[in-house]
Design a protein around this ligand. Structure first.
Ligand code: NAD
Length: 319
């Protein structure tokens, strides 16, 4: 019988699928200290970001066949080393794309209609200052007809494009590799019609200078930021910058400068250079809509992750 340890938990849908195939799935938090004694008894370990699977632990587990990451980033796993030992390392890169894309639009709507500001100020000054706040929040804009620049036209970038097209935005993606994609849209209430929508990518400079909203969806592992001071300088006056990719992909000091000078109308951030202690000036800035790295944290994404991992594990064992 295949024995699986899901030490950081797994959505019930995934557990059910594995148990129905006759696998033993143990959902229990095993502390880092106890893992060397416990893990050698398992064929598969499933982790989120909390548990580290390092070389020393891998060496203690000759029977381990799969290290599965419920999520995307593999930085908590010595993946190359595991592979060199014949262990399959898998993750679920597609499961949360829609959730991240929807969060982007949560922020876009928030900034467009000053919802972030109203939420902050109404509880404290809403009664005494209702009319003044109404005046200050009344310079909102529609997103219809606006230009949406997308840096990185991969899984999440294409989901963002799909929603943007549906909202009547002019969508301008840029990518190092991808030239075009069919971001087809399903219209469920018309007998499941699928509309084919081909989108071409644009040149970097064209996207920077045209976008009313510029959203980043590229991997970032440190080094020079994808959007630095020079890129912000090339952006359209009054544009909004959105980062739900990784902290540091946008230079935060340059971002703050752009916001303070009025070059940028606003910014939306789900990820930060310093997590879990982001730059205070950004969090408090009246033109910043922020969230605590929740891009992939929805019920649906968790269920998708569970199902996708279960499918991959079953396929590995030929079930
Ligand atoms: P993906 O690999 O499907 O797409 C990334 C795209 O970016 C690729 O097409 C690649 O060619 C392109 N690219 C890479 N570097 C580029 C550059 N400098 N300029 C232009 N294009 C570039 O990745 P994805 O699934 O769309 O995820 C994107 C990122 O989103 C991930 O790397 C991850 O950091 C982040 N993410 C965040 C959350 C969250 O909770 N906020 C959740 C999931 C993923």
């Amino acid at each position: 019988m295949v024995k699986i340890l899901a030490t950081d938990g797994l959505h019930q849908d995934g557990i059910t699928l594995l148990e129905e195939a006759g696998y033993q799935v143990d959902i229990e938090k095993v502390d880092a200290d106890a893992l060397p004694a416990v893990l050698p008894g398992y064929d598969v370990v499933i982790v989120r970001s909390a548990t580290k699977i390092r070389q020393e632990l891998i060496d203690l587990c000759p029977n381990l066949k799969i290290i599965a990451r419920a999520g995307v980033g593999l930085d908590n796993i010595d993946a190359e080393y595991a592979r060199s030992k014949g262990i399959t390392v898998m993750n679920t890169p597609a499961a949360s794309s829609r959730s991240v894309a929807e969060l982007v639009f949560g922020h876009i709507f928030s900034l467009s209609r000053n919802l972030h500001r109203a939420h902050r100020e109404m509880p404290t000054s809403g009664h005494s200052n209702f009319k003044e706040l109404k005046k200050q929040c009344s310079n909102g804009t529609q997103v219809f007809g606006r230009t949406l620049g997308i840096v990185g036209f991969g899984r999440i970038g294409q989901e963002v494009a799909r929603i943007g097209v549906g909202l009547g935005m002019k969508v301008m993606p840029v990518d190092l590799v991808v030239n075009q994609a069919d971001i087809g849209i399903n219209v469920y209430n018309s007998g499941n019609v699928r509309l084919s929508v081909q989108l071409e990518t644009y040149e970097w400079e064209e996207v920077l200078s045209s976008a009313d909203f510029l959203t980043i969806h590229v991997p970032f592992h440190g080094g020079a930021p994808i959007i630095g001071e020079e890129h912000i300088a090339q952006m359209k006056d009054g544009a909004v910058l959105i980062n739900t990719a990784r902290g540091g992909a946008i230079d935060e000091k340059a971002l703050l400068k752009g916001l303070n000078s009025g070059k940028l109308r606003g910014a939306a951030l789900d990820v930060y250079e310093n997590e879990p202690t982001p730059m205070q000036e950004l969090l408090e800035h009246p033109n910043v809509s922020c969230s605590p790295h929740i891009g992939a944290s929805t019920l649906e994404a968790r269920a998708n992750i569970g199902l996708e991992l279960a499918d991959k594990i079953l396929a590995f064992f030929g079930d």
